[in-house]
Design a protein around this ligand. Structure first.
Ligand SMILES: [Zn+2]
Length: 348
């Protein structure tokens, strides 16, 4: 097959709606290829949805792309950030120090952001305990080495936003009225921005066009992140259909179509997780190793450390939902969660 001539992640600015520009910025990890920042243009100071990862190549690409539409980082009045993950949030923090733009973030990201601002030993201990519960203690040492290798970078990228967004807020973004909708799941405080008059959804990582969002990959996950995510999908499915502006991947014509596909994906994955438990895998880690990962159907062992951690958190989210549905039950055995099929009520 000949290589694609253009890809959504190529550094080029695309006008996706009147005065709305998609600006893909590179990421230092290859898995996601790029993150889309959306600039809503206005003479009073453009507004951006998301900001990119604070790495030199991201900044260079941002400056170059903005100059092609005769803009510069100093012009941006406000960053509306969909969630606290670093590929969305951290470049806004660094640019704010120089240009005094405002940053807005969903209020339910607050606990996570406070923990990220003050990482230290507690964060490492929490991650270690969490991996132990999931039966994945063997991933703790490589993760610890990774964190200890870059303490400065971890602390300097995190600061509080200027304001917190809540469900039902209406944001004036360069003349567009954007409804703020809380969509917990990918993270606890994820929000999307809905431009109802123009039928556009700035979807962040809640609805992605070509891949499935990771679930609950965060320092302080909720009790049932996949349950939250599926409810949040139902919520945007109830809105009138809109053009999908995702944070990774190309723009797509229908939010509804993509939401239906994502729900279908999780139905299949939930059944696969039950089958793995039935086959004898009894910890989150063991179930994760039974499943295949990414669009390329990779085995768990073929994934790098970061993607193995994503796979474990994703599997944990599936198992928690299955437990909430009564299809599995769990017990804590020496600090490790062990799953069995069926409802605790069925047991003698
Ligand atoms: Zn992202």
């Amino acid at each position: 097959m000949p290589p694609e001539r253009t890809s959504w992640s190529d550094p080029a600015v695309e006008e996706v709606a009147d005065g709305v520009f998609r600006i893909p910025l590179p990421l230092p990890t290859d898995g996601l290829r790029a993150v889309n920042v959306y600039l809503i243009d206005s003479d009073d100071g453009p507004v951006c949805v998301d900001s990119g990862w604070a790495v030199p190549e991201g900044r260079d690409a941002f400056v170059t792309s903005l100059s092609s539409i005769r803009r510069a980082p100093r012009d941006i009045s406000r960053y509306l950030v969909t969630h606290v993950h670093r590929d969305h949030y951290t470049q806004a923090v660094v640019l704010r120090r120089e240009f005094e733009s405002k940053i807005s973030l969903g209020r339910k990201e607050r606990d996570t952001l406070e923990a990220l601002c003050d990482p230290g030993e507690e964060m490492i201990a929490r991650r270690r305990d969490n991996l132990r519960r999931q039966g994945a203690s063997e991933l703790a040492s490589p993760l610890e080495r990774f964190h200890r290798g870059q303490p400065m970078q971890v602390t300097s990228e995190w600061e509080m936003p200027d304001d917190w967004l809540r469900d039902g807020d209406v944001v004036d973004a360069a003349g567009r009225r954007l409804d703020v909708i809380e969509t917990p799941g990918h993270t606890r405080g994820h929000v999307v921005f809905h431009d109802a008059p123009d039928s556009i959804l700035f979807a962040g990582d809640h609805v992605l066009s070509t891949i499935t969002p990771s679930i609950g990959f965060e320092l302080l996950p909720s009790v049932n992140p996949l349950g939250d995510f599926l409810r949040s999908l139902a919520r945007v499915r109830d809105l009138p259909d809109a053009q999908l502006l995702p944070a990774h991947g190309p723009v797509a014509p229908s939010v509804h179509r993509r939401v239906d596909e994502l729900v279908g994906h999780h139905v299949v994955r939930l059944d696969q997780a039950v089958a793995a438990v039935r086959g004898g895998a009894d910890t989150t880690f063991e179930v994760a190793k039974q499943l295949h990962w990414t669009r390329h159907y990779r085995t768990f062992d073929e994934l790098d450390l970061f993607n193995q951690l994503l796979a474990v958190s994703e599997t944990g989210a599936h198992l928690k939902l299955l437990e909430a549905q009564g299809r599995l039950y769990s017990r804590l055995d020496d600090g490790v969660l062990r799953y069995l099929e069926g409802d605790l009520g069925d047991r003698p």
